[in-house]
Design a protein around this ligand. Structure first.
Ligand code: GZL
Length: 332
């Protein structure tokens, strides 16, 4: 009996000691506001973000979301706007590598031409996270993950809506996004997958409007000149080009939203305003609020947790019937 008592006492003493020892091993956090605390704060995460540009309201919303989330989390964000040029993005990635950032976030303007610079990032041990758009590489270990919408499905959703509205009998003009970009390639592919099933659903003209309102208007004016009353619907790969096309249709007295159906993608506030005004018929939401998911993913990555190769944002279609009641709750 005494022996067991003795053993238990020794055991408790050892546990108590080791616990105290552990407690001692873990240094007290620096006092609030002390130089040490400031020092540990300056060791905050540093992230280099190479952004496509500021071509659309969607892009501006994405940039705002990532910048504000970085600020909220105390992340040191190095931001570069490439003005839509891949060479500028490659330059900014090289700069981030030279500055030894902890993580690189890239919204790639086009799908190809990334292998060399991503190999440099990999050789430097800096993980790369793709947001918003994918890339074509032979070695997908060159990036940790892609966080994006399913652009092919967005194209299918737009086409299915148009089939519902027209019974699959309609002449369409298509305003494509930036040539060579994942959203332009995949939104075209998804739409065609559905429209090809209907012989009388014809894309009579298709051209890039570069995701901008101005170019969308200019290309639509050219379509009106060549096709005129033959045009029964517009499929725009983003809302900015759709709003430009609506301006051109209005100028030509072609009554957008009634005389000519207009369907687009993104779901920005301007699209909801145009739906309330009866000029845009529907838009497929492509959520640009990447901030929270991007930094959550960075935290997981740096903690050594497994991160899926693709993280898909879910999208849905909004049409005129619901625009008025949801417009005030829109976050972008
Ligand atoms: C989609 C994004 C596209 C938007 C456009 O994820 O890459 O680029 O649809 C933007 O508005 O310019």
């Amino acid at each position: 009996m005494i022996r067991r008592f003795f053993l238990v006492t020794v055991l408790l003493a050892v546990l108590g000691f080791s616990n105290a020892a552990c407690r001692k091993e873990r240094p007290e956090p620096p006092a609030e506001g002390s130089p040490d605390e400031k020092a540990s704060a300056t060791k905050a995460l540093t992230v280099g973000f190479s952004q496509v540009g500021a071509e659309s309201a969607w892009r501006t919303a994405e940039t705002k979301s990532i910048k504000s989330e970085a600020q909220r989390r105390g992340v040191n964000l190095k931001f570069s706007d490439a003005q839509g040029r891949q060479e500028n993005q490659i330059k900014s990635i090289k700069n981030f590598i030279a500055q030894e950032v902890d993580v690189i976030v890239l919204a790639p303007v086009v799908e190809t031409g990334w292998e060399p610079v991503l190999k440099e990032a990999k050789a430097s041990g800096i993980p790369v996270i793709l947001v918003d758009r994918g890339i074509e590489v032979s070695d997908d270990s060159l990036y940790a993950t892609l966080i994006a919408s399913d652009f092919v499905e967005e194209g299918r959703m737009a086409a299915r809506w148009l089939v519902e509205m027209t019974g699959g009998k309609v002449n369409i003009v298509e305003l494509q996004g930036t040539v060579g970009s994942a959203p332009a390639i995949d939104r075209k592919r998804g739409f065609a997958e559905i429209s090809d099933q209907f012989p009388d659903m014809k894309i009579i003209k298709s051209q890039s409007g570069e995701f901008t309102r101005a170019k969308g208007k200019e290309v639509m004016e050219a379509f009106i000149k060549s096709e005129g009353g033959n045009i029964q619907a517009v499929y725009a790969h983003n809302d900015d080009m759709a709003l430009g096309a609506i301006q051109a249709l209005d100028d030509a007295g072609m009554n957008p939203g009634r005389g000519v159906l207009v369907i687009s993608i993104d779901g920005v506030r301007g699209a909801f305003e145009a739906m309330v005004a009866g000029k845009l018929n529907a838009t497929v939401e492509c959520n640009p609020l990447f901030g929270p998911i991007t930094f959550d993913t960075i935290d997981k990555l740096l903690a050594g947790d497994t991160v899926p190769k693709k993280i898909v944002n879910r999208d849905r279609l909004y049409d005129q019937s619901e625009a008025a009641q949801v417009i005030d709750s829109r976050k972008y």
